[in-house]
Design a protein around this ligand. Structure first.
Ligand code: PEP
Length: 257
């Protein structure tokens, strides 16, 4: 189901005290200011998952997100966290395949395909990240590259399961760099991905797929990005650590959205 979503990715930031303050500020502002049709997702480090949801349980349009999970359901994988564990802490969304995980932890689309399976099997929503490097963008076939990431990471799913996925297009050259994709660049890629999905799953599935943009998105550039017909919201890194900025992004959809 195509939704308007703004997901904050805290990455490896904030101590318990800082995070608790951020959550309570976001909850209050979302309650007072954000259209209830906008789904807000807070993707935080694992230790928060045990208590964070209680802090926003009264706010129906805020969901709890994790930033990764292991591809196996259980076992001797010291330091890892499985999808069943996440679900038992009432996690709703799981970011998978963030470019930092692909780069630093060598996650491949084949491993990601397993992670996607695990997250879906445990009733959570994967936020599947894709995106090209600067080198690839300059080489020309950046659209083909990102389409292939979808094919390899997601197209093993049935149409029913694919319908439960959220996709985040995050050009690597825009993440944490202050270089945002222009609205035209974001729309070009999102439209191409929707067509790619339509070619595999049909137009109905494609038109219901939520496609987020991520990469130096902030309250200033979000209105233009979110006004693009194929951009359904954002995955927000740095700006999700500032309550006012993050909530302003959540308010950046066009009036009819
Ligand atoms: C991200 O890491 O998902 C991200 C979009 O980061 P930033 O907003 O800081 O570029």
């Amino acid at each position: 189901m195509r939704k308007k979503i703004v997901a904050g990715n805290w990455k490896m930031n904030l101590t318990r005290e800082q995070g608790t303050i951020l959550i309570s500020e976001v909850v209050n502002m979302v309650h007072d200011e954000v259209n209830s049709r906008v789904q807000v997702v807070l993707c935080m480090p694992f230790p928060y998952l045990g208590f964070a949801k209680k802090l926003f349980q009264s706010q129906a349009n805020i969901a709890l997100g994790a930033q990764n999970c292991h591809e196996k359901p259980a076992g001797a994988y010291t330091g890892e966290v499985s999808a069943p564990i996440l679900r038992s802490f009432e996690v709703d969304y799981v970011i998978l395949g963030h470019s930092e995980r692909r780069e630093y932890f060598k996650e491949t689309d084949a491993v990601l395909a397993e992670k996607v399976r695990q997250v879906l099997a445990n009733g959570m929503t994967p936020i599947f990240c894709c995106g090209e490097s600067l080198e690839l963008r300059q080489s020309g076939d950046y659209i083909g590259f990102v389409k292939q990431q979808l094919t390899d990471g997601l197209f093993h799913l049935s149409a029913e399961d694919f319908g439960k996925i959220v996709i985040a297009y995050e050009p690597i050259w825009a993440i944490g760099t202050g270089l945002t994709a222009s609205a035209e660049q974001a729309q070009e890629m999102h439209a191409a991905l929707r067509e790619h999905i339509a070619a595999h799953y049909g137009a109905a599935v494609a038109s219901h797929t939520t496609l987020l943009y991520g990469g130096s998105c902030n309250a200033k550039n979000a209105p233009e990005l979110f006004a693009c017909p194929d951009v359904d919201g954002g995955l927000i890194g740095g700006a999700s650590l500032k309550s006012r900025e993050f909530v302003n992004i959540c308010k950046s959809f066009p009036a009819q959205g």
